[in-house]
Design a protein around this ligand. Structure first.
Ligand SMILES: [Zn+2]
Length: 719
């Protein structure tokens, strides 16, 4: 679409550079004088809407703001507001506003006393306005370096309407010794890195270098741009809020209702800059709504509605202008809601999702709902429902004071989504970090604690009152004393032990949480033991490096087979194969998964069997406790059998218990792969028994299949 040329009248007063050379009587554009001499027309024609499709009529009023000079820091300048009117008004409301960098001095003017308007100063008065022109003057003193702005707003106080209103503004940048026309808007908060709005809002193009020297980079001719930001106070420190929803509402006329004009979101610095095409020009009033909501999380009140904070109203905004609405700060009543909302930003930024949603499962993002209201005494938990709408976090009044607690509950919500809304845990109400609960609760609660301590970087859990506990306790339980926060239970049924182990792995072995997040998005684990054993699916470390770290957190998952990576050759293993063939070696046919040795069963192409076994037994259970024993290994299978053929050549994973042989797993030519694949099978039925683990390859009469095995492990959990 073509952009109509800007109204020549409205651009003229911006050429205020001439004021620096001529001291008086400036800013009176010749064309304006000509207009001012004409009698009141039947139709207003002074300010013509820039957008020809705008529904706003031309106005009978116009205002022109100019300064007699550009004041340097500490000095004053006289501001002229020339008001042209095609009609006689008995009472014209004139109001002027200046940014905080200017002091507004209205002594001796027709304006009243100055008063604060947000960070601005404002003054106004009502005066009769004959048809023709009249000038209101007042003074400003530059009191801070940086961008400054002077605005004037004129309307018919008796019968306000868009046709009887006018607005103008001028910008300058105050300098220490000399000032210049135009404002350095890129230095204003929210302008540089703010995110653009979504939906209706338009993108504002970069300022054109071809513009007049002193012209300011304002909104495109047919748009209004609003910029500002949002912040809250936490422990007397102001913090900006990213990813909060910004809604621009507006009134077309004085008697219209507010309508939603544009929606955007705050950027990393809490700022926004949203441009839109208004339905009329000028907009009678604008107002900014800041809300604790976005498409992936929302902090709600007891009525299940997000918290909204509203700016003051701004009247008479023309297209082609910016409204610097400023940074609004949360009221004390909403402060904790905003703090909780902002805390979730910390989790969102590390979620490791391939899209903007929480997890890869969500094609359409789900929202995490957080319910908080002042005075609430029931909370500090996550309710895992069947879907996002039925699931929510509930927080007590002061819970948002603990970012760890908010991150812990968000961790549950995230875990729930990684499992695609399946929830593994029993009800863990009343659980404590240092006390043994169950392997199920220790997993879900330990993971939530690990998320919080790792994201915060302090490895702690901090309660809302400020007390805290380190999750990195490596002291074993002393049975001579009662369990306490300094004498934790051992093992993987104690959530603090699980949390410390996870943080230790993320920080010192895995290089972060991402692989764990991936693993949980593909496999669902009900216990930390399952999680640890399935780490092989993401090729995460399962060697003594990791197992020893867990052991330092009193979780004993030590591997019990001897020479489990075959790096000591034949030691501890026995085998059967045709002739004098070896089953363990360093052949160059395949690479070992780790080191240089591996086991090779099969590979003959005729009816024969090969076996590999170790009689290490399985770990004995500590008295009276159930527990899981697992065998895991990596296999690589190559075959001459045709792809799509059934299983002709078989590799069984067997437990030999006296005369009884049980197959716990079976692989075949069907399971061929070009690389090593992680396999894990349950041996819990033989816990504590002196059994033999055996791999048995059985080939049929023709066509060869190679079964390659490396890094075999038999592991157990002690609970
Ligand atoms: Zn929890």
């Amino acid at each position: 679409m073509t952009t109509p040329p800007p109204s020549p009248w409205r651009r003229l007063p911006l050429v205020i550079a001439v004021a620096t050379t001529t001291a008086v009587a400036i800013g009176l554009a010749p064309a304006a004088n000509a207009d001012a001499q004409t009698p009141a027309p039947s139709r207003c024609s002074l300010t013509v809407p820039v957008n020809p499709r705008a529904e706003a009529p031309a106005s009978c009023l116009r205002a022109t703001v100019s300064l007699d000079r550009l004041p340097a820091l500490g000095s004053t300048a006289t501001v002229h507001v020339k008001i042209d009117s095609q009609v006689a008004l008995s009472r014209a409301a004139v109001s002027v506003r200046v940014t905080e960098s200017l002091e507004l001095i209205t002594d001796g003017s027709s304006l009243g006393a100055t008063r604060a308007d947000g960070s601005w100063s404002k003054a106004g008065g009502a005066l009769p306005l004959p048809a023709g022109s009249r000038t209101v003057t007042f003074q400003v003193r530059a009191r801070a370096a940086g961008p400054a702005q002077v605005e004037a707003d004129v309307s018919d106080a008796t019968s306000p309407s868009p046709e009887r209103s006018a607005f103008d503004s001028t910008q300058l940048t105050v300098g220490k010794n000399s000032s210049r026309a135009g404002a350095d808007f890129t230095s204003l908060p929210g302008k540089a890195t703010a995110s653009r709005g979504v939906g209706n809002p338009k993108t504002k193009p970069a300022p054109s270098p071809a513009k007049t020297k002193y012209q300011v980079a304002l909104a495109p001719a047919n748009q209004i741009c609003v910029n500002g930001g949002f912040q809250y106070t936490d422990n007397n420190v102001n913090r900006t809020v990213a990813n909060a929803t910004i809604k621009i509402h507006g009134k077309r006329y004085w008697n219209s209702s507010y309508e939603l004009l544009a929606i955007g979101q705050t950027g990393a610095n809490g700022g926004y800059d949203i441009c839109f095409v208004p339905p009329v020009n000028p907009m009678y009033a604008l107002q900014v709504e800041h809300g604790t909501t976005n498409s992936v999380w929302e902090v709600r009140n007891s009525s299940n509605y997000y918290y909204a904070s509203w700016s003051q109203e701004r009247f008479t905004t023309y297209t082609g202008t910016d409204w610097a609405a400023g940074y609004y700060t949360s009221t004390a009543a909403q402060q904790r809601a905003w703090h909780a909302f902002d805390t979730i930003n910390q989790f969102y930024s590390v979620r490791n999702s391939p899209n903007g949603c929480w997890t890869r499962h969500e094609a359409n993002c789900t929202r995490i709902y957080i319910r908080w209201w002042s005075g609430n005494t029931d909370g500090g938990y996550y309710v895992p429902g069947a879907d996002a709408y039925a699931s929510y976090i509930q927080l007590r009044d002061n819970d948002p004071d603990s970012e760890h607690l908010v991150l812990h509950e968000t961790g549950h919500a995230f875990h729930h989504r990684l499992y695609n809304f399946w929830w593994p845990g029993p009800n863990c109400a009343g659980h404590q970090i240092h006390v043994e609960s169950s392997v199920g609760c220790a997993w879900t609660e330990g993971l939530a604690n690990a998320f919080a301590g790792y994201i915060k970087g302090d490895d702690r859990f901090v309660w809302p009152e400020g007390s805290w506990i380190s999750l990195m306790n490596t002291t074993w339980f002393n049975s001579a004393y009662w369990v306490s926060t300094t004498n934790w239970n051992n093992g993987d049924a104690t959530e603090g032990r699980v949390a410390g182990s996870l943080i230790d792995l993320w920080r010192n072995v895995d290089g972060g949480m991402n692989s764990t997040i991936n693993l949980l998005s593909y496999y669902t684990q009900s216990t930390f033991f399952e999680y640890f054993n399935e780490r092989g699916y993401q090729d995460l470390d399962l060697t003594s490096t990791s197992r020893n770290r867990l052991y330092s957190h009193t979780i004993d998952y030590r591997q019990v087979l001897g020479n489990n990576g075959f790096e000591s050759g034949a030691a501890t293993w026995s085998w059967t194969a045709p002739g004098t063939d070896n089953v363990i070696g360093t052949w160059g046919t395949y690479p070992a998964r780790t080191g240089s040795w591996y086991a090779w069963l099969g590979g003959y192409g005729y009816d024969t069997t090969t076996s590999l076994s170790q009689g290490a037994g399985t770990p004995a259970a500590p008295s009276g406790k159930p527990g899981k024993v697992q065998v895991s290994f990596w296999s690589r299978i190559w075959s001459e059998e045709a792809v799509g053929d059934p299983a002709y050549d078989i590799l069984q994973v067997q437990v030999v218990d006296g005369a009884t042989v049980t197959a716990v797993g079976s692989l075949s030519n069907v399971d061929r792969s070009n690389g090593y694949v992680f396999r894990t099978y349950d041996l819990s039925a033989w816990r504590g028994r002196a059994v033999t683990l055996r791999f048995m390859a059985d080939e049929d009469a023709s066509l060869r299949t190679d079964f390659i095995i490396d890094d075999v492990q038999v592991t157990y959990n002690q609970n």
